[in-house]
Design a protein around this ligand. Sequence first.
Ligand code: ADP
Length: 273
Amino acid sequence: RSPADETRSLSARLIPYGSNQYLALFRDVTKILGLQAMRRDFVANASHELRSPLTVLAGYLESLAEDGPLTEEWREPLQEMQRQTRRMTSLVEDLLELSRLETEDEQAGDQSVAVPAMIRRIFDDSRLQDSSGHDLHLTRCEPVNVLGAENELYSAFSNLVLNAIRYTPAGGRIEVSWWREDDGGASFEVADGGIGIEERHLPFITQRFYRIDSARSRSKGGTGLGLAIVKHVLQRHGARLEVESTPGQGSTFRCRFPADRVVVVSAPPVALS
Ligand code: ADP
């Protein structure tokens, strides 16, 4: 019971009780939701405030590196400062993206996103940025669009491709595919021949800052937020993430979109590589 002018949030659970009866358990979660909203606002505000000073720092460091009056012994410390500033900038960008996803409506918009062209862009960009020379292939890319938000899908898919590059030794094979399922849904898949993930870690990898090997993730430019972003984007598109992995052999990450989010288009076929 609560005062008439106060809105409370309740969570409810039905527990089987006897042969055909149920027990309904209600829990007042108003306070918990309030604290979660405060935490989200704090992270969003702090990240926003950190953005401008980081931009200034990055700008000055770049000018110093290019034509600053520095002696040779400063070259390496300066490069390290640039690396760390880039890391902080990625972290702040990912924190902002995650808090935006957490505060938006439950469902993404319903713009028809041209996924095949987007995947081709992600694939070409990743190949250009991949300094370790992985064996990257776009094995399937069917003319299927998704109803949703393009910037979010771009971010989720590129996070999965970047992870495959990050956790696969130089030269290893990575396959990207996009196809229509028999049930009318569609799947985006990234399969790598990388280090893999032990089964006991799988339930936790989409939690914020959960990393199996922090040093490796950091040294490869990871923020520990990529899969949390992927999970939120997929939730907002009614899609789910499936992961299969064998340590020492590789991992497959698949995003499965339901039929009501999928639009078949008659686009020219996308060249594969
Ligand atoms: P990070 O920025 O550390 O990569 P993510 O949220 O993207 O953070 O991933 C969480 C953790 O899951 C990573 O730190 C890594 O340990 C593991 N992981 C993610 N993708 C892969 C993959 N393709 N192969 C092996 N491990 C992975």
